[in-house]
Write a protein that binds this ligand. Structure first.
Ligand SMILES: Cc1cc2nc3c(=O)[nH]c(=O)nc-3n(C[C@H](O)[C@H](O)[C@H](O)COP(=O)(O)O)c2cc1C
Length: 338
């Protein structure tokens, strides 16, 4: 199996929901939501791609480095690479129904583990949340379930289930606080006050879970998240799927990374290659999350597709580190940029 075959099979299985373009940049699928695109004009999805394109790495070839080290520890999880799979959900309404929600969740979680890293899982309908949690539970809790910002007790019910599944980390994608379909559902979502967020973090810690806040794009929210006790944040505009007027994450990342003291800063949005991973690390991230390309890998060849995809990305990251003279992830910083 090679990535060409994985991509061909994904194109067939996704029934037009994704065209599996040579460059996954939000142009062909603009406004396709439900689907794989960015919301409305698709501008926030494309802003992620553009922000990364503006960043350049500095070529450095006269050095003794031969084997760059990509291993790291993120939120207490030992990983072979600073690359996680983002929470991704909705096989029937977003991804052309080529795989059941259960099989998709198993593919991303098991594929990530086989490659030596970890996958998040998504939330929304009960089927989505249960599929993700079952997959993570079958791997003894090796995964990061990301819960929607449900109002009131609905959030805490799911939080307790995450703890019972044996997970060590939980997340919340606060940027979905205004998704109309969710806001109007029987379990409404909402933004959180500082008091509410602090309570969520406190309960997570009491259950033995580290807490990761996903969907931060401003220094103000980052500082508030840190003050509320969050262990990590993900600089993210939800792949451009919640609001069409947001900046690219690579543009927002440096100020946020500089402003926080204690939290691990992760980022997602438009990361497509090992060079993109290194750019994000140089801009201040500890690790990246991958969205749409991981969907293509899982749809194309399930666990094996995801493993192949992540292993290739790790190899590309090592090549990029070698060509910029970066020996380990700790050494990645702004000096790598041209
Ligand atoms: C089809 C699809 C489903 C998604 N589902 C979720 C989800 O359930 N929870 C969540 O936090 N983010 C979700 N996201 C957003 C991703 O986690 C991530 O932020 C985004 O895809 C990163 O951008 P990229 O796709 O350009 O890599 C979804 C994205 C897509 C494309």
């Amino acid at each position: 199996m090679d990535m060409k075959t994985v991509r061909r099979q994904a194109r067939e299985r996704m029934n037009g929901a994704c065209r599996v373009c040579p460059q996954c940049n939000g142009k062909a699928c603009s406004g396709e939501l439900p689907g794989m695109g960015g919301i409305r004009s698709g501008a926030s999805f494309r802003a992620n791609i553009r922000a990364l394109e503006k960043v350049h790495l500095k070529l450095r070839l006269i050095h003794d480095l031969r084997e760059p080290e990509t291993a790291c520890e993120i939120l207490g999880l030992p990983l072979k690479m600073p690359i996680l799979i983002a929470p991704l959900a909705g096989t029937s309404f977003n991804m052309g129904n080529g795989l059941s929600e259960e099989r998709f969740a198993q593919a991303v979680t098991a594929g990530a583990r086989a490659a030596g890293t970890v996958s998040c899982t998504g939330d929304g309908t009960s089927e989505v949340f249960d599929s993700g949690l079952n997959a993570v539970q079958s791997l003894d809790g090796w995964g990061i379930p990301v819960i929607k910002p449900w109002a009131g007790e609905a959030f805490f019910e799911r939080l307790e289930r995450v703890a019972r599944a044996g997970c060590r980390v939980v997340g919340m994608d606060l940027d979905t606080a205004a998704i109309t379909a969710l806001a109007r559902s029987k379990r409404p979502v909402s933004p959180k006050s500082r008091e509410e967020l602090a309570e969520i973090v406190q309960k997570s810690h009491a259950l033995g879970l580290k807490f990761m806040l996903k969907g931060v794009l401003s220094v103000e929210d980052a500082l508030a998240a840190e003050a509320c006790g969050c262990d990590a944040l993900v600089v993210s505009n939800h792949g451009g799927r919640v609001l069409e007027a947001l900046p690219g994450t690579a543009d927002a990342l440096p100020d946020i990374a500089r402003s926080v003291r204690r939290m691990a800063v992760l980022v997602d949005g438009g990361v497509r290659s090992g060079a993109d991973v290194l750019k994000m690390l140089a801009l201040g991230a500890r690790a990246v999350l991958i969205g749409r390309p991981a969907i293509i890998a899982a749809m194309g060849a399930e666990e094996e597709g995801v493993r192949l995809f992540l292993t290739r990305l790790q190899r590309q990251l090592m090549e990029s580190m070698l060509l910029t003279g970066c020996a380990s992830l700790r050494q990645a910083g702004p000096h790598l940029l041209a």
